[in-house]
Design a protein around this ligand. Structure first.
Ligand code: ADP
Ligand code: MG
Length: 332
């Protein structure tokens, strides 16, 4: 049973960034306005996500890392109108199977915090009081140490995994309003260095200025596309050459209802349309789709980054028209 669990967990948590993504989304679900991600050796040694959210009630300590434990669905119908990021109760259980999981947490009703650690099968193995503000810290030491082959691959690719993580954190920094996001990395015995620090401004525009800088922001055009009554796309797109061609998609961020997603088809469309009006470069894009939850499915892939629209054809058509307008010669 243990092995099956580990293999399945390996599918929810594919790499460093999907592990951290689950924890950051838990913090956002908990209403945190400050989230710090602390890495040791780029995350290879350990990573922590520290938040000031609502904390976890002692009633949930025992079941916290058990498979399919979630506090987020109270009614099956909730699935239709889900607003939280997680709901399958798989992240903590997967992390406990893949590394050493511990949690420190305190709700506003508790006078002190509690430190919890879990074994490979998600069972609570120790519990002690500790000092902490209201909120939660989840720590994972030695991710993938339970899967020797994956573990080797993880070490070998750590810089690449770290790069992917930073890009994901940039995505949250762009979309999350009023959430302070900090990421630090400590290499060996050195002191920790801050690799990302956003103060949580109140608009995407201000977030873009924080993440990309004013110079980049000034090359962007606001974008607002009404597809239908309940469906719209808002964001910013670069009109003049500025995006670095070094890494395709480097500065293209897509969101559905505030959730970072991969949209390779849209990225391809943008690059095509942009190229026909500009030179070798790629456009910068920050685009958030506001769409009713019934019109798409995010849970087809385990890491929830790919989404499927029920009417993708007409959506892409409207997008093409709107983007073509921005890139048409008469506008330049
Ligand atoms: P899910 O997010 O799908 O519910 P997880 O395994 O990610 O499942 O988390 C299990 C449960 O642990 C959550 O439903 C939530 O009640 C609690 N939890 C996890 N992380 C946090 C956090 N940072 N703050 C508050 N509660 C948390
Ligand atoms: Mg979750």
């Amino acid at each position: 049973k243990g092995v099956v669990h580990r293999i399945c967990s390996g599918q929810v948590i594919l790499d460093l960034s999907s592990a951290v993504k689950e924890l950051v989304e838990n913090s956002l679900d908990a209403g945190a306005t400050s989230i710090e991600i602390a890495l040791k050796d780029y995350g290879e040694e350990s990573f922590k996500v520290i938040d000031n959210g609502c904390g976890i009630s002692p009633l949930n300590f025992k079941v916290l890392a058990l498979k399919h434990h979630t506090s987020k669905i109270t009614d099956f119908l909730d699935l239709q109108s889900l607003t939280t990021f997680g709901f399958r109760g798989e992240a903590l259980s997967s992390l406990s199977a893949l590394g050493n999981l511990s949690v420190e947490t305190r709700t506003k009703d508790e006078p002190v915090a509690t430190h919890l650690s879990f074994d490979r099968s998600g069972l609570l193995i120790s519990e002690r009081k500790t000092a902490r503000q209201v909120g939660t810290t989840v720590t994972v030491d030695k991710l993938f140490s339970t899967l020797p082959v994956r573990s080797k691959e993880f070490s070998r690719n750590i810089r690449k995994e770290y790069g992917k993580l930073i890009s994901l954190l940039n995505a949250y920094a762009l979309i999350a309003k009023g959430v302070r996001l900090v990421c630090t990395n400590t290499i060996g015995r050195n002191s920790k260095s801050v690799v990302l620090n956003t103060q949580g401004s109140s608009s995407i525009k201000d977030n873009i200025i924080t993440v990309f800088g004013m110079k980049t922001f000034s090359c962007l055009e606001p974008l607002s596309i009404h597809i239908s009554e309940s469906c719209m796309i808002e964001g910013f797109l670069s009109k003049t050459g500025h995006g670095s061609g070094r890494n395709l998609g480097d500065r293209q961020f897509f969101f559905v209802n505030g959730r970072p997603v991969d949209m390779p088809k849209l990225s391809k469309l943008l690059n095509e349309l942009y190229k026909s009006s500009n030179s070798k470069q790629y456009p910068i894009a920050v685009m958030n789709f506001t769409i009713p939850t019934r019109a798409y499915d995010v849970n087809v892939t385990p890491d929830k980054r790919k989404i499927f629209f029920s009417d993708e054809g007409s959506l892409m058509h409207s997008l093409r028209e709107a983007i073509e307008k921005i890139y048409s010669p008469s506008q330049c």
